[in-house]
Write a protein that binds this ligand. Structure first.
Ligand code: MBD
Ligand code: FE
Length: 312
């Protein structure tokens, strides 16, 4: 653990007032101060809370020491957090987006699912939820559409597949496939007054053979919104806002572990430099031309394999 106290020797300059001031400061600057903040937790805190907060305090103090964080810089961070909160609601989560652009949601997702990846079962890989999921998306019949305000440059695709159990390989009936995507203008329905509510969102329930299907847009690249602190942070770091073309999915079935994921059009730009670091090799999919369907130019078969929930 690097200690800041070694860098505090500048007090030895003879001026007694300055020595006293520096001595007081060095207690706050040093590891003793950090330890005292950690030790101030009471005995009623849970073991996990103690573990998480001890480490958090340690790292954030060390971070401030390492970069010599100034009051102005720290206040800029505080203001970004406050601004994130103010623009967040049921349909937009800016705090989450802030975490996304620094790779934190992807890291936490990978940590959470590391266990599942270790198993030899052919599980569908997870990916981050992102800030635009809605809890109240309507259920729609299989074979129907979720693109209602299809723009002139939109390409309709038919997406279908089967949900199976990784344990048995058997189809899962009654699984819920919750899908959402943005339109070609790079806006999710709740960001765009010109799209009807719940456009490009739907929940589809698998039939007796575990099958689901729907019409959607072939996804297009998408810029992380620039109207809030996450966009500002990207600009300050001189990074672009783009995400590769993706469709979000949450698949849930009784007795199984739900999976939150995204699939990425393998023909898209930005697969190598996703602004939120969510692309995984096995989540890239190939849209192929669809024959004999006036409703859709492309199709995508996407099958999903769920792990049993040991708690169920
Ligand atoms: C998105 O559309 C998204 O999916 C993520 C993860 C972050 C920002 C915007
Ligand atoms: Fe998204």
């Amino acid at each position: 653990m690097p200690s800041a106290s070694s860098t505090n020797g500048h007090a030895a300059n003879g001026a007694s007032k300055k020595v006293a001031a520096d001595a007081a400061e060095s207690t706050v600057l040093g590891q003793d101060f950090t330890a005292s903040v950690i030790k101030s937790m009471g005995e009623k805190t849970s073991p996990r809370m103690r573990e998480v907060m001890s480490s958090f305090i340690q790292h954030i103090h060390d971070f401030a020491r390492e970069v010599n964080l100034t009051v102005d810089e720290w206040m800029m961070g505080v203001e970004m957090i406050n601004a994130s909160g103010k623009m967040s609601n049921e349909t937009r989560n800016e705090g989450q987006l802030m975490c996304d652009v620094i790779g934190l949601e992807s890291l936490v997702d990978s940590i959470t699912y590391a266990e599942a990846v270790k198993s030899n079962q052919p599980l569908t890989a997870s990916a981050i939820l992102g800030p635009f999921w809605r809890s109240d998306t309507p259920t729609r019949p299989n074979g129907t559409t979720m693109t209602f305000d299809t723009p002139a440059d939109g390409i309709v695709a038919f997406m279908y597949g089967q949900v199976t159990s990784a344990e048995t390989g058997k189809p899962i009936a009654g699984a819920v496939v919750d899908a959402w995507e943005c339109s070609t203008n790079g806006l999710y329905e709740q960001q765009d007054p010109n799209q009807q509510e719940y456009n490009l969102r739907g929940k589809f329930i698998t039939d007796a053979e575990g099958r689901y299907s729907f019409y959607c847009l072939r996804p297009t690249p998408y810029p992380v919104p620039g109207d809030g602190p996450a966009g500002k942070l990207l600009d300050l770091m001189d990074r672009h806002h783009w995400r590769p073309a993706h469709i979000h999915l949450i698949i849930e079935a009784a007795g199984h572990k739900a999976v939150t994921t995204q699939i990425f059009d393998s023909a898209s730009n930005y697969l190598e430099d996703d602004s939120v670091f969510a692309v995984k090799e096995n989540l890239k999919v190939d849209f192929v031309p669809r024959a004999n369907d006036p409703e859709a130019k492309f199709e995508l078969e996407y099958n999903i394999s769920l792990a049993l929930d040991p708690k169920a």
